[in-house]
Each structure stands twice: as C-alpha cells, then as structure tokens.
Design a protein. Structure first.
Length: 163
C-alpha cells in the first residue's frame, strides 16, 4: 500500500527512512542534508564507509536520532556517474531488496531523484510506484512530499498506476 503524505521524514514513526545518497553515502539534496543534521553524530558515524559503493546499491544503517529505527541508503550517483532515471531505478530496486532482507514493513521516502537526478515529480513518483510493486517489502510505503499541491500530483500518479 502506498500513501502520499505532507510531513517531515525525520519525525515519522516508521521502520525505516529511504535516503538518496552518493556512492560515499553523502547527502544529495539540501533536504537530505537537513535529515542528516537531525539524525545527529551517531548517524554520521554509522554511515562511514571504507570504499565507495556501487551506484545502484543500497545499504541499511541505524537511524541515529531520527524517529525511524533504520535508514536505507539508496546510492543514486557518484562523482563519475550522475543520477538519472536508470540509477534511481536500480537504487530503488536494491532498497526494496534490503527492506525485504530486514523485513522492514513501513518505509518513508522522499521523491528520489527530483533534486540530484533532475527527474520530474511525475518520473520520480512512477519509479517509486513501479519498483515498490515488485517487492513484498515494504508492505506500506509513505511517499513524503513538501506541500499539498505536490501531494495531489503524486497521489494522482500512484492511483492511476494502481488501476
């Protein structure tokens, strides 16, 4: 089940937050930088890596000071590979595989790729809907948007795809 909500990722009571990231798990948008700040120092330590990750991969860490228990980091870009529809799709498929591995029932996500990947709201919403449909987990996906206009647009796309 997909719900579209106007809310703040940092304060949602969910199993995990999906966080678009670079191959070094750096934030890829200002809103994700803000999420990182709210998650605190423990979260910063948890996302330290030895080697860059493959674009299209996903990993799970603790969530630091966020309300969620975990964060699923979806690697959508690197310094050499810019984010686009293909890298976002691959990263989302990997994220849902990690959600299944960890049995994460409820996941909250922003529209992945609208900032870093320059995807339109419609493209990002379609990718979330299409890729999440392929997996049993999460059983409940919250797409978190910034305002009511965006919510109406994304809800229409999700509803259209479901019918």
């Amino acid at each position: 089940m997909i719900q579209v909500v106007v809310d703040d990722l940092a304060f949602l009571e969910v199993d995990a937050v999906l966080r678009p990231a670079s191959d070094r798990l750096d934030p890829v948008t200002p809103s994700i930088s803000r999420l990182d700040q709210l998650a605190g120092e423990q979260f910063a330590a948890q996302r330290q890596i030895q080697q860059p990750l493959v674009v299209g991969a996903a990993v799970v860490t603790g969530a630091g000071d966020l309300t969620a228990k975990f964060v699923v980091h979806a690697v959508i870009q690197s310094a050499q590979i810019p984010a686009d529809a293909d890298t976002v799709r691959r990263a989302l498929v990997s994220a849902w595989q990690r959600a299944a591995d960890w049995e994460l029932e409820t996941v909250a996500t922003p529209l992945v790729g609208t900032g870093a990947g320059q995807l339109s709201i419609e493209e990002a919403a379609l990718l979330l809907e299409q890729t999440s449909r392929l997996s049993r987990f999460p059983s409940r996906l919250l797409i978190v948007v910034s305002d009511e206009t965006e919510r109406t647009t994304v809800q229409a796309i999700v509803t259209r795809q479901a019918s």
